[in-house]
Ligand binder design. Sequence first.
Ligand code: XMP
Length: 311
Amino acid sequence: PELAQAFIDEQISELREQIGDKKVLLALSGGVDSSVVAALLIKAVGQQLVCVHVNHGLLRKGEPEQVVEVFRNQMNANLIYVDAVDRFLDKLAGVAEPEKKRKIIGAEFIRVFEEEARKLDGIEFLAQGTIYPDILESDGVKAHHNVGGLPEDLQFELVEPLKLLFKDEVRVVGKALGLPDNMVFRQPFPGPGLGVRCLGAITRDRLEAVRESDAILREEFAKNGLEGKVWQYFTAVPDFKSVGVKDGKRTFAYPVIIRAVNTKDAMTATVENVPFELLQHITARITSEVENVNRVLYDLTPKPSGTIEWE
Ligand code: XMP
């Protein structure tokens, strides 16, 4: 904690020196890294920071609302909230191939962000939540002026206050900055979000089934002491239906797949031995509370042969 405070104080003075009276732009997803960068910059330069939160419709239940609540309402940040849900879902309509879905989500994200950046005047810096493992993964070579696909005329100087920290250290700093625990100790969440958990071509009904079942799973894991113990846990909804029965009537609806895994480096993973009674309870909740769902399956596959995500 004292080290975290020392890091924060040092970063605040370095950020002030680097940025001066200029403006900084930040894509604020609500993930750990971008949230900690935002909190640091708010302390350092206040209203000179412009955060852009793009809601692409693929975030977990309650996340966009939490970003607005924490950063705009509590921390008084200059936050632009972009509702891009229809735009993303239109682009993704009918696209079933996982890598194509990823490309569309990534490209559309840059396009939306770029449009917002163009509306703003006098931005000279772009803040990023780069952490040390990101730099290691790219062999220490990071382009320092050309950021992830932005066009030539939108080139900013990079601000990367977390680039020498490991994830655990980022979390400690986030906590010291007063960010809520469920933001700081969050499990890993893929960039394409629920888009790769709504299997095959994304439809709104199945996307809602993924979001609602994931919320129930997270709530039950938290209640039963598994939050922070299991490395990653989520639900996925495939693009086929099965026959079931409810209140004496035949149903034809989607299954929900539960996945809960442990790993050190995400290269291999083992399946969490979730108590059977808890799985039964979660199954009962999901089949009664989530629309368009009549079955729940538990994925018993380690990595390999399965990957952690289904797509
Ligand atoms: P897999 O499914 O490859 O996942 O075993 C390993 C870890 O990476 C995450 N993951 C992603 N993260 N963009 C991301 O930012 C992606 O496209 C992506 N695909 C998988 C996955 O959630 C797991 O933690």
